[in-house]
Design a protein around this ligand. Sequence first.
Ligand SMILES: Cc1cc2nc3c(=O)[nH]c(=O)nc-3n(C[C@H](O)[C@H](O)[C@H](O)COP(=O)(O)OP(=O)(O)OC[C@H]3O[C@@H](n4cnc5c(N)ncnc54)[C@H](O)[C@@H]3O)c2cc1C
Length: 476
Amino acid sequence: MIGAGFGGLGAAHALREAGITDVTVLERADAVGGVWRENTYPGAACDVPSPLYSWSWATNPDWSRRYSAQPEILSYIERTAADRGLLDLVRTGSTVTGLTWDGSCWRVTTTTGSYDADVVVAAVGQLSEPVVPDIAGAETFAGPAFHSAEWRHDVDLDGKRVAVIGTGASAVQLVPGIVDEVAAMTVFQRSAPYVVVRPDRRYSPLHHRLFRRFPAVLAAERRATYELTELFNRALEGTSLVKRPLMAAIKAVWRLHLRRGVPDPELRRRLVPDYPLGCKRLLFSNDWYPALARDHVDVVSERVTGIEPTGVRTADGRLHAVDVLIWGTGFAATDYLGRIDVRGVDDVSLRDVWADGARAHLGLTVPGFPNLFCVYGPNTNLGGSSIIQMLEAQAGWIAQVARGIADGRGPALAVRREVWLAYDEEMQSRLGSGIWSHCDSWYRDGARITTNWPGQVAEYQRRLARVDWAELERVG
Ligand SMILES: Cc1cc2nc3c(=O)[nH]c(=O)nc-3n(C[C@H](O)[C@H](O)[C@H](O)COP(=O)(O)OP(=O)(O)OC[C@H]3O[C@@H](n4cnc5c(N)ncnc54)[C@H](O)[C@@H]3O)c2cc1C
């Protein structure tokens, strides 16, 4: 297993449930947790309610609120991993740099040594490599500059002039998180997001008692969230009948939210997105718009053209003087396994196979790369629901295949090329008629949308529930 986030730990759990016990999880960092270990910026929290944004096999009656903050999610992961004996499988400080198929097993090269593995599960995440755009002069900035996922807790923002570049999911959380502290803030916006009400609430002692005594109540909240998010997923599908009325309702909620949060009509105008609702991730926050409306906050929509020692230069020639620069510019989501040199049968490089965009059957597997499976691989991200559901479906499928290999279906299995091609064609054709094809976003790799799953979660779960062995062939 490569990676000890929700994906890798969940897959390790599934493998053990299937009776596969010789499992090692290689993690480059010094602890488990994945994005929830890395993203410690003020305000970091999940944007899918915790009863659904958690493992189905480790429900938690003790969430302090519906949208839990990062420290609570991280401690849930750590606690669950410890309770289930998964921590013992993890080798931290081991960065995987290469995977080579030697005809019968994978040679796994890491910064701390090499391993042989019958099966490799790459659970490296889609949002684990922070991206800072290539802007002229970025290295000349005189003050502290850091990415939202590499928060500098040693930098005191009190009384400082701060620039936040980007207005995606992280910025929408961190800007309200620091707005009270800073003397002035300039938010550089390339594209305005749709931000709607976050129906957050603190769970009362009564809730906790109910959740503990009657697990069905917690299960009901999980189910209700699931149904709501499925409705949204259906609306994102190109052909769905609920699309128009639901999108119109969400748009009305958004408009009201913007009007309430931002009294100034000129600023409001700048905060209107220029793309159809749903094309980029819909964001949830009750304090984003009020934060932008504060007197000491400025929203700049002019293009950033350069960074200078004292500030940020925009296309209109203005230099915005700041003391601290924060990149809220997201992650290399489409660069799957980009940092690992993966060599399959006949020394074929995965990078070459994916040269014009990553693709994997069911998001899991690629012909010529036997016994190598992805978790949170290509086309398995969601526009509006808990990713953990997708990771669990993948873990269950991988556990079945690993069990099959152990039981003599192997020793090496790979997806048939025609199955892989047909699946990719289906994905691209469905995505081509869907909402995400209408704008540029991090879901896209050139002409292809390589991150997102085009349907509902239920369909994906159904397709992965039982391995279709006819789709796989023996290799070697
Ligand atoms: C700030 C933030 C908020 C989010 N909120 C939500 C949300 O509310 N709802 C939702 O559904 N999703 C959310 N996500 C998406 C999130 O990525 C997934 O929900 C989920 O956590 C992914 O888990 P993962 O294990 O697949 O990946 P990750 O959590 O990214 O874990 C991957 C792990 O692999 C390790 N790794 C990477 N490369 C190597 C290597 N070469 N060798 C060894 N180890 C390696 C990394 O260090 C990391 O620990 C959020 C993401 C971010 C960044």
